[in-house]
Write a protein of this length. Structure first.
Length: 554
């Protein structure tokens, strides 16, 4: 255990991070001055390289703002950055098929930004990613310094051949997913906050059948069907493998309990029967915002969403529900990873130097502030009393700040207190309500007494291509993390004719016939050999606690 303590100390107790922030501030002041129209017009144009970069397309850009071909933020990056960038939109909910199609046609962007480590691992196994050790050493300044401050970035970005392939970031440890519940509906129906999965089912039934919105119509749903969220309730997390009795083993018991509970929800009529067609959860979100859904399990809603909710339900009151206790224990939903790999360079990139210069520019703390908050004096100002950003015009920001994904590589931890939930703006009533909900989510979910149930996917090693192929061959039937898959979905909607027990029996049979035991053995061996040095759940919570102590007030 001494080794992981050593790198933890190196990451958090050094002073270099503060130096980088300070350097970023001074550099940022110069950039801010140089970015004025006059400065731009008078500057001598230098030869600039052209690169392509992926960007998640969430269909959230107002028509009048443009597209990812051209909008105010594309213009800002190209006016102030070191290279000319063309963004390649990738649908957020269908990123894997889009990227695979781009790779297949030799048109994948130079810089690949993708949250899912399984996808990146697959591309590494296929030889589609570029080794970055020499690229970082020769061409980087900012990211190279960041890796010195946080050596785990190199550890997690290095693959089985001993070479660095991925770009990562460091962030505060915060709740990523939330279980929103209509507190006003609980109060009206004289129900208490559900504490167990049994109580959750009863509350969902009441929300669906007892006219909580008071319109004398049978038009409400109790809860949305988020299978990944429900899996967490029963100890089956983001990956199929869980540490039990000192071993990393394939988790089937919790998955079966989760499927059985989902069947109960479906059979009780408390979920939208058409949930199978709601591929990205957008229908459930709209039901929630329109006042027709009592419990919504997904990522955080934003200010625009909250305003829509209040417009449709002026007296509606939202609360954050704790993850209910199940027969498998009590856990938390997905939380953000404080150290997360998010990007890689295409092996076919013709100018890795230019890509690295773009990466350095985008992760510079001052540029990260612009991407996250907008332009100082236009979208925000600094409060003289707190030193925190304050929104100038919330309505303007709703229209113009659609650019979060541009900041995907930024290490928000280096922004100090600006990065923490406690610094969320409170300019208006919507912001105040959202901040309180976010603080409550952190309190309930970022809690090692109720941990997430499994290692996060990015902490597992990349599988060799032959083992990765095993997962690919079965993923439509049983999926790699138990949240989708034809077998599981069939069980949920089939009533007594196809039980959860039979589904898991069939799923195990599919897995083992495909060679899945080889995958299980690979992970078990890796865990036995690396459990004292790899980044584990205990390290995730320890890093989060120490980062908060060191950075929240900087």
């Amino acid at each position: 255990m001494g080794m992981h303590k050593t790198w933890m100390g190196k990451m958090l107790l050094g002073t270099a991070a503060v130096a980088l922030v300070a350097a970023g501030c001074s550099n940022g002041e110069k950039k801010a001055a140089d970015s004025s129209p006059a400065a731009q017009e008078s500057a001598s144009p230098a030869a600039r390289a052209n690169i392509t970069v992926s960007i998640y397309d969430r269909n959230n850009i107002p028509p009048e703002e443009g597209t990812w071909d051209k909008n105010r933020w594309v213009d800002w990056v190209n006016a102030n950055g070191p290279v000319n960038v063309k963004y390649v939109p990738v649908p957020r909910s269908e990123s894997l098929p889009k990227f695979n199609a781009l790779f297949a046609t030799a048109s994948a962007p130079d810089l690949i930004l993708e949250y899912d480590s399984r996808y990146r691992n697959g591309w590494f196994s296929q030889g589609l990613l570029m080794p970055l050790d020499n690229v970082v050493e020769k061409y980087s300044t900012t990211y190279k310094e960041l890796m010195k401050q946080f050596p785990q970035l190199k550890k997690l970005g290095t693959k089985s051949d001993g070479k660095l392939y991925e770009i990562g970031r460091v962030s505060p440890l915060v709740a990523n997913h939330r279980m929103y519940i209509r507190q006003d509906w609980l109060d009206k129906l004289q129900l208490k906050m559900p504490e167990t999965t049994e109580e959750l089912l009863e509350v969902a039934k009441a929300f669906a059948t007892r006219d909580p919105d008071g319109n004398s119509k049978n038009d409400t749903f109790g809860i949305n069907m988020n299978s990944g969220f429900i899996n967490h309730m029963f100890g089956h997390g983001e990956v199929d493998w869980v540490v039990r009795d000192g071993k990393l083993v394939h988790e089937w018991e919790g998955l079966q309990a989760s499927i059985d509970f989902q069947k109960q929800l479906f059979d009780a009529g408390v979920v939208d029967k058409d949930f199978l067609t709601d591929k990205n959860g957008e229908k459930a979100k709209q039901d929630f915002l329109s006042g027709k859904l009592g419990i919504y399990m997904y990522q955080a809603i934003n200010e625009k969403d909250y305003d829509t909710f209040k417009k449709n339900s002026p007296n509606g009151v939202l609360a954050i529900a704790p993850m209910p206790k199940s027969k498998m224990g009590q856990f938390s939903p997905i939380i953000g990873s404080p150290i997360q790999m998010v990007g890689a360079i295409n092996a076919g990139a013709k100018n890795p130097e230019a890509v690295m210069k773009y990466i350095d520019f985008m992760i510079d703390p001052q540029n990260a502030k612009v991407i996250k908050y907008g332009i100082e004096g236009t979208h925000w100002r600094v409060d003289s009393a707190t030193g925190l950003p304050v929104t100038i015009d919330a309505e303007k920001n709703k229209k113009e700040l659609y650019n979060d994904d541009l900041g995907m590589m930024a290490s928000s931890l280096l922004l100090g207190k600006w990065a923490f939930t406690s610094s969320m703006p409170e300019t208006n009533e919507s912001q105040k309500a959202l901040k309180q909900l976010a603080l409550k989510a952190d309190e309930l979910y970022v809690n090692k007494e109720r941990p997430i149930p499994t290692l996060k996917p990015e902490y597992l090693p990349a599988l060799p291509e032959d083992l990765n192929l095993i997962i690919k061959n079965v993923e439509t039937q049983i999926s790699p993390n138990g949240s989708k898959g034809d077998v599981w979905l069939k069980a949920v909607v089939s009533g007594n004719s196809y039980t959860a027990e039979q589904a898991v029996k069939d799923g195990r049979d599919i897995w083992e016939k495909a060679g899945g035991k080889k995958v299980d053995e690979f992970y078990a061996k890796w865990y036995d050999e690396n459990k004292d040095t790899a980044f584990m759940l205990k390290d995730l919570y320890e890093f989060g606690e120490q980062a908060q102590k060191l950075y929240e007030n900087k």
